[in-house]
Write a protein that binds this ligand. Structure first.
Ligand code: SIN
Ligand code: FE2
Length: 215
């Protein structure tokens, strides 16, 4: 038996979070170098930026997008925009490694293969956090969210359908993929302030790729 198989037996591959929500442990680990290379290409074409919330706060997570539509925030609100408001250009095309991974992860979690139209790329430096929120700007709420973690580990907060529901705290590591849909599609979620560290592939940061069917 190979080491990989033994490793697979030692840790359950699919960890339930809530009804309709799972973490696929290590699902993207083998392709992480290819994913990070694609992230570098995306951020070269559409540079990372700290968006401003409708309330006027600068987000600590730096963001960019690829695909047909990108999630943006400014004083006017949150929305999906087919163009990068910083440059007026279309967002870079979604790399095929991204698209394929999102489709497979949705299926592994028990959903129909996701055909994502949007990928939000989040970069966390130490101290960056994302407060509890729902992903509800997408037109298609039947499709699940597929969320890929790369680089430094983080504490994922996964709550219920009310902001006041106490969230579960789940450690997300390099290569883990969280999928939530169905009864969990509008669950509140967030990320605790990132702890400092050094990751062999990603350095002093965490990347998160969130795939959505935005429109
Ligand atoms: C998000 O909710 O957009 C990102 C979640 C994460 O960074 O894991
Ligand atoms: Fe989110």
């Amino acid at each position: 038996m190979t080491g990989d198989l033994l490793e697979g037996l030692a840790a359950p591959a699919m960890e339930p979070l809530a009804e309709g929500a799972v973490v696929l442990r290590g699902f993207a680990r083998a392709e992480a170098p290819a994913l990070l290379a694609a992230v570098a290409a995306v951020t070269a074409a559409a540079p990372l930026r700290h968006l401003i919330t409708p309330g006027g706060l600068r987000m600590s997570v730096a963001m960019t997008n690829c695909g047909e539509a990108g999630w943006v925030s400014d004083r006017r609100g949150y929305r999906y925009d087919p163009r990068d408001p910083d440059t007026g250009r279309l967002w870079p095309a979604m790399p095929s490694v991204f698209r394929a991974l999102a489709g497979r992860a949705a299926e592994a979690a028990g959903y129909a293969a996701l055909a994502p139209t949007a990928c939000l790329v989040n970069r966390y430096r130490p101290g960056a956090r994302l407060s509890l929120h729902q992903d509800r700007d997408e037109l298609d709420l039947d499709a699940p969210i597929v969320s890929v973690s790369l680089g430094l580990p983080a504490t994922f907060l996964f709550g219920g359908l009310a902001r006041s529901d106490r969230p579960r705290r789940v450690r997300l590591e390099h290569g883990d993929v969280a999928v939530w849909g169905g009864p969990s599609r509008l669950a509140f979620h967030g990320i605790d302030p990132l702890k400092d560290g050094e990751h062999p592939l990603a350095g002093r940061c965490r990347w998160n790729l969130t795939f959505r069917k935005a429109r």
